[in-house]
Design a binder for this molecule. Structure first.
Ligand SMILES: Cc1ncc(COP(=O)(O)O)c(C=O)c1O
Length: 472
């Protein structure tokens, strides 16, 4: 049993001095120059799941875009909450006060991750639920014939809620189509879609399927020129990039904590001036306009701890004593980005060298700053599910299918053919793990080539160049 009095102390040791209160002054964007070397082995030791055995070795987790593993502090924080702070909101007794303090601090921590103020942050079940909620509130202020723009690259969570809102409100939907040769969105194509009636642009910060980082700031500036709101899905960006909601000019930025080393919680920034004027669907006695019902408070405790973990990464990367939480997070994400970019290069080069592998998305190394370390590919002669299953049997976790990036996988002509295999790196992956994957795919691909015509590669990559067939 943990002494209740130690819970806040633990939270503070993870996150720095407690700064409670609604709106806090915005932390300055860090000017700290991150040292890019992280001690990945030391960080890995903090993730219990990374030593789960499979056969002779630990499982290789390359499934990060579907959800990352969590460090020790997240597990402890959630257990501590349930042991000694478990209560509903707003009670005049110790556990409820403790719970409220943790919940308040979790909002402040998420605000620092987004580079915004804590009164602009809503926590909820997950990004999809929050997006259905906020799209409904936004659409309540729209008129039939108003226009919204969605992309053919996004996860369904930033498309389907808008399609539903459009059906409810008689809105016109315009599609920003990706260029399929490298799965990118061209900002020039957006201009043709904008009109004086454009009210919302829904765009992903990064693709969960193929790793493309979108030109969000450019798109937001163009959308704002016609008075549209910009709703950004940062779920696939948050584990890899510095998020600065104000710098990119987003009105809303949504993310999922379970994709960046925390529990199953969703978080969204809403720019105060917009958020506070939206219609809120709430019950009358509730104080908060957007956090309806009782929250997943133990999850919020874990959220605070996950951000505390990232602060530790920032310290390891050189953020000094006395830095702000925002500065530590910026340092962390820069260092994580540097580690991941090096590792991605190894993954890319290895996959590109395997005959029968067709890579999708940005494959030009000179353009790798425009992608996250998420690789998507097919293997000639094999369905993606078969490849993923064989890797799973060997203790290597990857995803296959459309990953809810349904629009993209359909446009690539792979829906119904098994979709893609997705390998997502995070900072806790190692060169040894990448090599283990490459060796396994090499073996599987050789077998696949001889297995006859089934799966997506069967008709599309029959004569791959040494390395890989050009991405379509
Ligand atoms: C890019 C992207 N957006 C949105 C979502 C949906 O997030 P959630 O599971 O929190 O609803 C996901 C989940 O995989 C995702 O990858």
């Amino acid at each position: 049993m943990v002494d209740p009095a130690t819970i806040q102390a633990r939270a503070e040791s993870r996150t720095g001095p407690r700064r409670l209160g609604a709106a806090r002054a915005r932390a300055p964007t860090a000017t700290i120059r991150a040292m890019t070397q992280l001690d990945v082995e030391a960080l890995r030791r903090r993730f219990p799941a990374l030593s789960i055995a499979h056969g002779d070795g630990p499982i290789v987790f390359l499934d990060g875009p579907g959800g990352t593993q969590v460090p020790d502090v997240v597990i402890e924080a959630m257990a501590d909450y349930l042991r000694a702070a478990n209560a509903n909101h707003g009670g005049a007794f110790a556990t409820s006060r403790r719970s409220d303090a943790i919940v308040t601090e979790a909002h402040a921590a998420v605000a620092d991750l987004f580079g915004v103020d804590s009164d602009e942050v809503t926590l909820g079940a997950n990004m999809t639920t929050l997006t259905f909620q906020f799209s409904r509130s936004i659409a309540a202020g729209l008129e039939p014939g108003d226009e919204i723009i969605v992309t053919g690259l996004d996860h369904a969570a930033n498309v389907d809620p808008w399609l539903a809102a459009a059906a409810d409100r008689g809105l016109v939907v315009r599609w920003w189509e990706p260029r399929l040769s490298d799965c990118t969105l061209d900002a020039a194509d957006l201009e043709a879609l904008l009109s004086p009636r454009t009210r919302v642009l829904a765009i992903g910060w990064a693709s969960n399927a193929v790793g493309t980082i979108n030109p969000v700031a450019e798109a937001a500036a163009a959308a704002h020129r016609v008075g549209a709101l910009v709703y950004v899905d940062a779920v696939a960006a948050a584990p890899h990039l510095v998020l600065d909601a104000r710098a990119v000019g987003a009105d809303f930025v949504a993310a999922s904590v379970y994709k960046f080393f925390g529990p199953h919680v969703g978080a969204i920034f809403g720019r105060r001036a917009v958020r506070n004027t939206l219609r809120a669907y709430k019950v009358r006695p509730a104080d908060d306009r957007f956090e309806t019902g009782t929250g997943n408070f133990e999850g919020y405790a874990g959220t605070l701890a996950a951000i505390g973990y990232l602060e530790d990464v920032g310290r390891m990367a050189g953020a000094p004593e006395g830095s702000t939480r925002r500065e530590r997070l910026v340092a962390a994400m820069r260092a994580i980005g540097a580690v991941e970019t090096r590792l991605y290069r190894r993954l890319h080069d290895g996959l590109a060298a395997i005959p029968g592998v067709t890579l999708y998305g940005i494959t030009d190394p000179a353009q790798f700053q425009r992608r996250t370390p998420t690789a998507a590919f097919t293997v000639a002669g094999l369905g993606s599910d078969a490849v993923a299953r064989r890797l799973g049997d060997e203790g290597i976790a990857v995803w296959d299918g459309n990953f809810y990036a349904l629009g993209l996988v359909e446009r690539l002509g792979l829906e119904g053919l098994g979709g893609l295999i997705r390998v997502g790196l995070t900072h806790y992956n190692t060169a040894g793990e990448v090599d283990r994957l490459l060796e396994a795919i090499g073996r599987i691909a050789v077998g696949g080539a001889g297995q006859g015509a089934f799966g997506p590669g069967a008709g599309t990559a029959t004569a791959p160049e040494p390395g890989y067939a050009a991405a379509r």
